[in-house]
Design a protein around this ligand. Structure first.
Ligand code: NAD
Length: 330
């Protein structure tokens, strides 16, 4: 198959592309290589991908409609896996335009290209952040989620609505995946596990928001990739309306560990792996943050037969070991 992966130089895009290539698929990766975080990490990921067969990369911004249309003119894609986005909840508080450009304009450009070039399926990244401060736990895809607490969350919810509309208006089969706090080697330097590990190793204090009472459904990268692959292998099918017409599939799945961990425990696991104690600065919850995330994954188990298996201890151990190796810390 010929697969387009957007955000291929990103954390999840890098792992997914590696997995698809190892399964013999052809992948065209695109990414604008923005400097939201250390671009050398994106370059290093791309170097690893470039060493493999059947991978082609184009530096391309989704907000640039003409370039994206040209890419679709030059290639026939079976699948589009859309992972590119301006990520990060806190950054969205001060930088709204980055989210509008990549997550809204970029997404509609991609949908238009899918509409005018027949693709088999669009799989796109949504986020647990669409649940906002949902009171009902665990978070189910059938919950009403109309109260996003950050612009990032609002753009992810908007993506779901836009994809849903395109699926039935223009017959584009779409599946959205709400990922829950993804972590692991080659991960994102803006995320807590990365910042904590770096600060502890440098002997600097860490910021512990919500006085450590935050809970996150931390999900290991290998489980996320396995979840995406399983969804791709069990894609939802069209249904039939009362008038006999076909309704193209549109489906949302949670991909999360289904085992939230409190922030204080999470820090303890990192401290244990490093054999060092953190100097903790306890602070109130930040604007845009939610106290808890917790994925209900019954649908995922039932439809695609998958449940994450990596414990927080195993996952953090692998991250810390990669971190020390990558940054040559002895
Ligand atoms: P990432 O930032 O590492 O990867 C995203 C990539 O997209 C980056 O390499 C970036 O350069 C690229 N990009 C951004 N805007 C672009 C544009 N306009 N055109 C082309 N490329 C662009 O983030 P990630 O953690 O790999 O996340 C992948 C997807 O999963 C994102 O959609 C994110 O919102 C979603 N997600 C991630 C998490 C998580 O915990 N990592 C949780 C929920 C949802």
């Amino acid at each position: 198959m010929n697969i387009l992966v957007t955000g291929a130089a990103g954390f999840i895009g890098f792992y997914l592309t590696q997995e698809l290539l190892s399964r013999g698929e052809s992948v065209i990766g695109i990414d604008n290589l923005n400097d939201y975080y250390d671009t050398s990490l994106k370059t290093a990921r791309l170097q690893k991908l470039a060493a493999q067969k059947n991978f082609t990369f184009h530096k391309l911004d989704l907000a640039n409609r003409k370039n994206l249309e040209q890419l679709f003119k030059n290639n026939q894609f079976d699948f589009v896996i859309h992972l590119a986005a301006q990520a990060g909840v806190r950054y969205s508080i001060e930088n709204p335009h980055a989210y509008v450009d990549s997550n809204l304009v970029g997404f509609v450009n991609l949908l238009e290209c899918c509409r005018h070039n027949s693709i088999k399926h669009l799989v796109f990244a949504s986020s647990s952040s669409v649940y906002g401060a949902n009171k009902k736990i665990p978070f189910s895809t059938s919950d009403n989620v109309d109260n996003p607490v950050s612009l990032y969350a609002a753009t992810k919810k908007a993506n779901e609505l836009m994809a849903h509309t395109y699926s039935h208006l223009y017959h584009i089969p779409c599946t959205g995946l709400r990922f829950f706090t993804v972590y692991g080697p080659w991960g994102r330097p803006d995320m807590a596990y990365f910042l904590f590990t770096k600060a502890i190793l440098e002997g600097k204090p860490i910021k512990v928001f919500n006085y450590g009472r935050m809970q996150r459904d931390f999900t290991y990268i290998d489980d996320i990739v396995e979840g995406i692959i399983r969804v791709m292998n069990h894609l939802p099918q069209s249904s039939t309306a009362e008038d006999g017409s076909k309704i193209p599939p549109y489906k949302i799945y949670n991909i999360g560990n289904n085992q939230p961990v409190e922030l204080t425990r999470f820090i303890e696991v990192i401290e244990n792996c490093l054999g060092m104690e953190a100097e903790k600065n306890f602070l109130p919850i930040q604007p845009g943050d939610v106290p808890t995330t917790y994925a209900d994954i019954d649908d995922l188990i039932q439809d695609v037969g998958f449940k994450p298996t990596t414990s927080i201890e195993e996952g953090i151990e692998r991250f810390v070991s990669w971190y020390k190796d990558y940054y040559k810390i002895v």
